[in-house]
Write a protein that binds this ligand. Sequence first.
Ligand code: NAD
Length: 486
Amino acid sequence: MSLPSSLDERLAAQQAAFQAAGAPSADVRRHRLDRLLALLFEHAETFAAALAADFGTRSRTASILTEMVGVASTIEYSRKNVARWMRPRRPATAARFLGLSAEVQPTPKGVVGIIGPWNFPLNLVVLPAADAFAAGNRVMIKMSELTPRTTDAFAQTAPKYFDAVELDVVVGDVEVAQQFASLPFDHLFFTGSPAVGRHIHRAASANLVPVTLELGGKNPVVVGPKADIARSASRVARSRLVNGGQTCLCPDYVLVPSHAVENFCRATVSAIRDILPSILGNEDMCSSINDANYERVIALVEDAQSKGADVISVAPPHEQLPDSERRVIAPTLVTNVDSSMRITCEEIFGPVLVVMGYEHNDEAIDYINRRPSPLIAYWYGPDDEEFRHFVTSTRSGSVSRNDFALHMSLPQVPFGGVGHSGMGAYHGRAGFDTFSHQRPVVGSELPFSITSIAAPPFSRAKVAAGDLWVRSIRRRARRRIDRFER
Ligand code: NAD
């Protein structure tokens, strides 16, 4: 089917197709999920090559694991469960036996718009698309202009698997992204920075489009008092190096008991040297996506250093880093920071880790709570009272103990931020719910109309019944309040 080219015509074509076909069956939804998997996996090499070319240096295996294998388990999980999730819920109503029927049907919203970032350009559009398909929607995607080869490869491959009224991939620059965000979608799903998230929210509100915002921020790690320092350092180092530090879930700063800061830094440096015996020409070290990001990260470190921070660059011997041609920065630790330094306020999004000391757990908790809520908060140490206190006293999209973003590998668990790190959630059932409208379908075979209770005329009997309700509900509420406050 050939499509009109303007964005609103493309959306109108999808919406018309959605209305004509109605809510798809479980079979159609599963077929779409299978085609999405086939699209990714039958072209895995093409996508891995496009990603490597877009980043400059990015390992094929990293791309296969994070962009493809990493999404498959969630898609398979949705595929397996979608028929069950689609079933209407029948709440037990007191009047059911007299003839009042009630069910709540999860219904697709219509057309979902998805805007993705550059750091995992496939994963972060394919997963929301899969959730939207599972919920019975159609999908339009705008990928990042900073990964043009990957975007083109996806846009050219998608039509082999999907009619454009099912899945339509839009290619273009930021101006196109702005137009895309202002379309009257039935839901708009955005992954990116909090700054752009504000624009998206504003654009969507003009059309009353519901939004899900998956945003970034500064993720804290607390190395608890009972943590194994060497093990924590080695895991934090690995986490910081995922995608060259350009991951929304990467640890951004680490709070370590003051007496253990030196030990922690030493163990982190040693772990980095083990992971990356060489960096230049080593495709295990993902490069910065572009000059702007490369220079921004270097400037954050230089700003901190100029204001008195200590900087430990873990460049292998005989390698000159940073390397502007290949946009490679050595993994770096920054200590002795204070709040005047930009590195303590801005998301780092590169292979640089800030390490700070704390005296008491509550000092660490207080530091986190005085800042915008992160996407994830890490804790290293046993699942004890101190950890539980940390969980109840802080706010974040998720908590991961003793490892990197564990919830990503569990399709049963929602993924999403809170406050400045986002709103709404997806992955599996959470995504199905996000992209569904819970629609009550209620009917009556009762011999009287329930409406007649609240509609005129207001007879003496209705006045008396109303007064009785007021008195008894008032008494009940007061009794419960008094019991609680005693
Ligand atoms: P970004 O916000 O700069 O761009 C994201 C997308 O928005 C791009 O496709 C871009 O074309 C589009 N865009 C830019 N300006 C726009 C505008 N005015 N109107 C509409 N669309 C616009 O983010 P980025 O640099 O691509 O990604 C990095 C950020 O994303 C980091 O903050 C990171 O933490 C965050 N992130 C969050 C998650 C998550 O799941 N929460 C995942 C990955 C990245």
